[in-house]
Design a protein around this ligand. Structure first.
Ligand code: HDD
Length: 742
């Protein structure tokens, strides 16, 4: 039956124009505007190349016309337009014959909209696909002109804009944050003499010594090609097969099986440039350097059992943490340090400084602090900045140079190559996030999406017109003049042959709790390998590193007879221990930047809550309230306490310490709630410091937790918030691991 169509004009249902999404014009960041709590970012340096469409690096929403005028993008104005600027009359209905169609191909707005949508995705990074970035600045501590002519290190107090992207390695873009994995720590410094990319990790060594093995290593860790799983995990046969056949990876294996691979937050991680680089001074004298980032808030990791649960409760745990910290003005900070050494040191050191599977212990070569980095602004747009940023190890300014580390040499090819694939055009440096902020001038032209081409007649040099930029042998980047010699061959140097000594040094420098975590991690990962032969081959390597560790792993895996130790080109030496390698031996001993979760119910006293809030906030910690209902809880004095979370959505794994402010009725009620029971039992099992009012006892008892179990259980009596905070500063009550397997 034909029904007469009722024509609905969707436009009448639109939001009131006043309520439409718009960008507050005052929101546009101005590079000269002081932000509260931060020092002003560096002024833009010089002018960019002559261009008709230059975009200000700090502002993704504005473009500049030839006459210098600024154009706003669509989101800044009231009238919706096509990408061509044509005002749109109807964005709710496609153009049809009659009300019921068919649709007409002449509907350019509809086709343009779909066309653009269809092409929104770009390939994710082949590694480090999941990442999160922020803007900030680097402040140079002192003049280092005696070491390097890099402009960034010439003046104390120099401020250089930076963009940092943290990442996991193996997982795809949509994977979870708490994978057991290396974390990328990539920093782009927009210096006055070009971009410097320090593309590092939170681990100072790498799996392989030669870049030719990188594709194999990455294939092995990524989901297996036939079944396309497991996602973002190294716990599978292919990874451990490759590793067990690659002894040079053993040092790195100790690191990724340690707590370093499950950081509590990006803010609590170290960063490392990994390779040996060179600093070069104005007289072309070279000093070797390794770069290290030290977090001001100290190091902290989660337990594996926590990581698994965090991934379920909040897969965005790390990115949310960075977002919240920066948005609330708690800007994370790292100190840049340099380990500096000359050829004599390199010759006398036990290992080859070109071998990226080795580190130089800080006890042997104490690092020199050279500056600090503060992250103080989130990107305006994730895609435009965090996704499109292109890091390349080849980006070094004059005064910084490469060593012959074969991994670094291979990386210098791979990063440029991958950007072309990912960003689709050799003009990716025209994107504001990748463009230098210093003057630049060259004759590269054309190509997809060219935003600034040479203006006028001259696009080459030398030319007779006396125009255009020329090279400058004095200011330009000069490679340090080394004199490589030797036959052309494919060979690993003998100086790269010791694969076990530093692995042993790392393991033995850990505290007993950290050693236990390594054993648990190895056991877990190898238990996921279906091929017994792979497990046994790995245990044979562990025998070379530490026999007792190997035996414990074998015992937990149910391997009855120990294999022979793996053949080693060089047997492990007993190196001096390096306490700097342990997280727990270098605890922050404060609670700044950490999060207290306070579980409340109706009928509680507000005075205690306010006391806790004031005490913890004064420490620089965040306090979040969890209640049975997200609407909050009604206090004894009748006031409403708003909650940040409902108990069902806020398990204790999301907090560094917990407080239970409950009366007996509330505790008895929560003792029947599974999320509340998990909240306390997990907090206890994860060795968290727990404060509790006397009324909370029934909830604790329901989980078999004694209120006086240990020094991490703090009864709250309304006067001792300070004692509770002091207990929280140690972060965990590790003695509990003697009774509970973590
Ligand atoms: Fe790499 C990305 C760090 C070895 C090839 N790498 C990438 C990122 C980081 C690192 C942090 C993400 C950058 C971003 O956030 O966009 N990579 C390292 C470190 C290594 C290392 C510390 C060893 C010391 N990488 C390495 C080798 C190769 C690559 C040996 C190849 C020969 N890496 C790449 C890449 C990526 C990349 C394929 C993927 C996305 C990208 O570059 O931009 O080119």
């Amino acid at each position: 039956r034909q029904v007469a169509p009722r024509v609905i004009d969707q436009r009448q249902q639109q939001i009131d124009p006043a309520g439409r999404h718009r960008i507050d014009p005052d929101h546009r960041p101005d590079t000269n505007t002081k932000q509260p709590g931060s020092i002003p970012p560096a002024p833009e340096v010089g002018r960019l190349t002559p261009t008709s469409q230059e975009a200000r690096v700090h502002d993704q929403t504005l473009t500049r016309g030839a006459g210098g005028e600024w154009h706003q993008t669509a989101t800044d104005q009231d009238v919706l337009t096509t990408a061509q600027g044509t005002p749109v009359a109807d964005d709710q209905n496609s153009l049809k014959v009659g009300a019921r169609g068919p649709a007409l191909i002449e509907d350019f707005h509809f086709r343009e909209k779909l066309f653009h949508f269809d092409h929104e995705r770009i390939p994710e990074r082949v590694v480090h696909a999941r990442g999160y970035g922020a803007h900030g600045y680097f402040e140079t501590y002192q003049n280092l002109s005696h070491l390097t002519r890099a402009d960034i290190f010439q003046r104390s107090g120099e401020i250089t804009p930076v963009f940092v992207r943290f990442s996991t390695v193996a997982g795809s873009k949509g994977s979870f944050d708490l994978a057991r994995d290396v974390r990328g720590f990539a920093v782009k410094f927009y210096t006055r003499e070009g971009n410097w990319d320090l593309v590092g990790n939170n681990i100072p060594v790498f799996f392989i010594q030669d870049a030719i093995k990188f594709p194999d290593m990455v294939h092995a860790v990524k989901p297996e090609p036939d079944r396309a799983f497991p996602q973002a995990q190294s716990a599978h046969d292919n990874f451990w097969d490759f590793i067990s056949l690659t002894p040079e990876s053993m040092h790195m294996i100790m690191w990724i099986m340690s707590d370093r691979a499950i950081p509590r937050s990006f803010r609590f991680m170290e960063g490392f440039g990994v390779h040996t680089f060179r600093l070069v001074d104005a007289e072309d004298r070279s000093t070797f350097v390794k770069f290290l980032w030290k977090p001001k808030l100290g190091l902290q990791s989660v337990l594996w059992n926590e990581a698994v649960k965090i991934n379920g409760a909040d897969p965005d745990f790390h990115r949310r943490d960075l977002w919240s910290a920066i948005q609330s003005g708690n800007f994370p900070e790292w100190e840049l340090q340099m380990q500096l050494f000359d050829q004599d040191f390199a010759d006398s050191f036990d290992f080859d400084v070109l071998d990226p599977t080795k580190l130089i212990p800080e006890e042997i070569l104490p690092p020199l602090p050279v500056g600090r980095m503060v992250l103080d602004r989130m990107p305006d747009n994730f895609f435009a900045e965090t996704e499109q940023i292109a890091f390349m190890t080849q980006n070094v300014p004059p005064g910084i140079d490469f060593s012959d580390d074969p991994l670094l040499q291979g990386r210098n090819f791979s990063y440029l190559d991958t950007q072309l694939k990912r960003l689709g055009s050799p003009n990716f440096t025209h994107l504001p996030i990748n463009a230098p902020k210093c003057p630049f001038a060259h004759f590269q032209q054309d190509g997809h999406m060219a935003m600034h081409n040479p203006r006028g007649r001259v696009n080459y040099q030398p030319n007779s017109w006396g125009r255009g930029p020329r090279e400058d042998p004095r200011r330009g980047h000069r490679s340090h003049a080394t004199e490589p010699t030797g036959p052309k061959q494919r060979l690993r140097p003998e100086s790269f042959a010791d694969h076990y000594s530093q692995a042993r040094q790392f393991y033995r420098s850990q505290t007993p709790i950290e050693q236990r975590h390594i054993i648990d991690a190895l056991t877990f990962e190898l238990s996921k390998c279906e091929m017994p032969m792979i497990r046994i081959r790995m245990v044979a390597h562990l025998m070379q590193i530490d026999r007792a560790m190997a035996e414990m792993v074998a015992e937990k895996l149910g391997i009855d007879s120990m294999p022979h130790p793996a053949d080693a080109a060089l047997p492990a030496q007993d190196l001096p221990l390096s306490p700097a390698l342990s997280i727990l031996a270098n605890g922050p001993m404060n609670f700044a930047g950490r999060k207290l979760g306070v579980l409340v119910c109706d009928g509680i006293e507000t005075a205690l809550l306010h006391d806790l809030q004031a005490t913890f906030q004064a420490e620089g910690a965040v306090v979040e309230i969890i209640a049975p209902k997200v609407g909050g809880a009604r206090a004894a004095d009748g006031t409403m306490i708003p909650a940040h979370h409902m108990i069902d959505g806020a398990p204790s794994v999301l907090f560094d310490a917990v407080a239970l402010l409950l009366d007996a009725d509330g505790a008895a009620m929560l003792a029947k709630s599974l999320p509340a029971r998990d909240f306390v039992s997990d907090a206890f099992a994860h060795c968290k410091i727990m404060g509790f009012t006397p009324g909370a006892t029934p909830l604790l008892v329901s989980q078999g937790i004694q209120t006086g179990a240990d020094d991490g259980m703090i009864p709250l009596d309304g006067t001792n918030a300070g004692d509770f905070l002091r207990a929280c500063r140690k972060l965990r009550q590790w003695t509990r691991t003697l009774v509970i397997k973590s």
